[in-house]
Write a protein that binds this ligand. Structure first.
Ligand code: PMP
Length: 467
């Protein structure tokens, strides 16, 4: 039988950690440790805390991966998923078939989104939503007889996903290594991050330089060849980079002037992280043509992504679709999965009942203010962030940036944090934080105190020549 010939069943039982080391290729794995590196297996979680398989508890300042917004172990969310799974776990969303949770969620999202973003194209995650938005932009112009309008403006340090096209849109050379890219229609403008603490140009000067570059690039490529501009309002995985004041509005207006669609990637900044369901309008005063959401949409309880599309675009799509082939050929088996949509609906309900956005507007500034105290440590190059997204950038005091020495130092900080029961996200020479939105002042104080100790220890190591 299958069982008798299955040799792995007869082998001595591996621990989950061994099985992981032997068989899993992780996203963004460190290949130098492949096969040997043991992963931290997180097995249980409640509120803002997670527990590993050995029973050690950590305060999760990473918030899963920017996504765990309402915190772990919410019964209402588990119940919403279980109810839907029992009633109808799945049916195809293709063509004219739908499910109640998807229809209801689209309705709710349209109410929450700015302007006339009244149409939702569900996907499975952030990457597939970004890909779909680019395809919609292409379809939009091709259907109007302007197929040349296909080029895409993105930015250095942007992160838009892990698929082929979204990695091409992402702007980190370090992520490319030996991968091939087919990005002849993607153009990267300069990274718009401006750190007033560490910059010798003013925000106004920086803004002007960025806008001049953008306009020059538009004129060089030709507005008739450009479909869209895609932008995270604050660049998340690129290192929590905040553009100078007025940048989002000014780039939006430039796009309008040149008939370039504006796609706002709110996968991280949406759903409360900056204190609003969507930051585009509430914080930055723009009504994009499309907004991408994922992650906090379900509080991370289920994978789900969505492109929210303006009526202006969808009406144009419908009008211009070829009569003999009026099919919008984009979508996935699990687009708008009913269980994911059910949990998203429950998530929105709790967010409103508990005024999670109001809570973030309350504790967010406190989080940043407290973290900024860490700048007193000489190995902190800078601390930057906005509400509940933040990062501490480390340096040895020599050259700033993601060089080997600074990265080793940040890794030390991360290891000391982990020892002390705090998870921060080590990324190059940064410690990135995006705690669950329900975090309170006491836990914020704990994060700062633990980080402060970890920084002091790493600084002592550095001073003793041990790094
Ligand atoms: N856009 C942004 C801004 C992101 O941060 C991410 C994920 N970190 C994505 C898109 C891709 O989302 P996913 O990993 O769900 O595909």
């Amino acid at each position: 039988s299958h069982r008798e010939t299955n040799t792995s069943a007869a082998a001595p039982a591996q621990t989950a950690s061994q099985a992981d080391a032997r068989h899993v290729l992780h996203p963004w794995a460190d290949l130098s440790g492949l096969g040997e590196q043991t992963s931290l297996i997180i097995s249980q979680a409640k509120g803002v805390r997670v527990r590993d398989s050995a029973g050690k508890t950590y305060l999760d300042a990473i918030g899963g991966m920017w996504c765990m917004t309402l915190g772990y172990g919410r019964e209402e969310l588990a119940e919403a998923m279980a109810d839907q799974a029992r009633r109808m776990a799945y049916y195809t969303p293709f063509g004219d078939l739908s499910s109640e949770p998807a229809a209801r969620l689209a309705e709710r999202l349209s109410q929450l989104a700015p302007g006339d973003l009244n149409r939702v194209h569900f996907t499975t995650c952030g990457s597939t939503a970004v890909e779909s938005a680019i395809r919609i932009a292409h379809y939009h112009f091709a259907a109007q007889g302007k197929p040349a309008k296909r080029h895409v403006l993105s930015r250095i340090n942007a992160y838009h996903g892990g698929t082929y096209l979204t990695q091409s849109l992402s702007g980190k050379d370090a992520d490319r290594t030996l991968f091939q890219y087919e990005a002849d229609f993607v153009h990267h403008l300069s990274s718009p991050g401006h750190d007033p603490d560490r910059s010798n140009v003013s925000a106004a000067e920086k803004l002007q330089t960025l806008l001049e570059e953008m306009e020059t690039e538009i004129l060089r490529i030709g507005a008739d060849n450009i479909a869209c501009f895609i932008a995270e309002p604050i660049l998340a995985s690129g290192g929590v980079l905040t553009p100078p004041e007025g940048y989002q509005k000014a780039t939006f207006e430039m796009c309008r002037k040149h008939d370039i669609l504006y796609i706002s990637d709110e996968v991280v900044t949406g759903f409360g992280r900056l204190g609003h369901f969507f930051a585009s309008e509430a914080r930055f005063g723009i009504q994009p043509d499309m907004i991408i959401t994922a992650k906090g949409l379900t509080s991370g309880y289920q994978p789900l992504g969505a492109v929210m599309i303006s009526d202006r675009i969808t009406d144009a799509l419908a009008k211009a679709a070829p009569k003999d082939k009026p099919v919008f050929s984009n979508g996935f088996t699990y687009s708008g999965h009913p269980v994911a949509c059910a949990v998203a609906l429950a998530n929105i309900e709790i967010m409103e009942q508990e005024d999670i956005c109001g809570h973030v507007r309350d504790v967010g500034p406190y989080f940043i203010e407290r973290l900024r105290e860490l700048r007193d440590n000489p190995i902190v190059y800078t601390v930057r962030g906005d509400h509940l997204m933040a990062c501490v950038e480390c340096w040895t005091g020599q050259d700033a940036g993601p060089n080997a020495a600074n990265m080793a130092l940040a890794q030390k900080v991360d290891a000391y944090c982990q020892d002390a029961g705090l998870l921060v996200r080590p990324y190059e020479n940064l410690c990135i934080m995006s705690p669950p939105l329900i975090i309170d002042r006491t836990d914020i104080d704990r994060i700062v105190a633990t980080l402060s100790d970890a920084l002091a220890k790493a600084q002592a190591d550095l001073a003793a020549g041990n790094i």
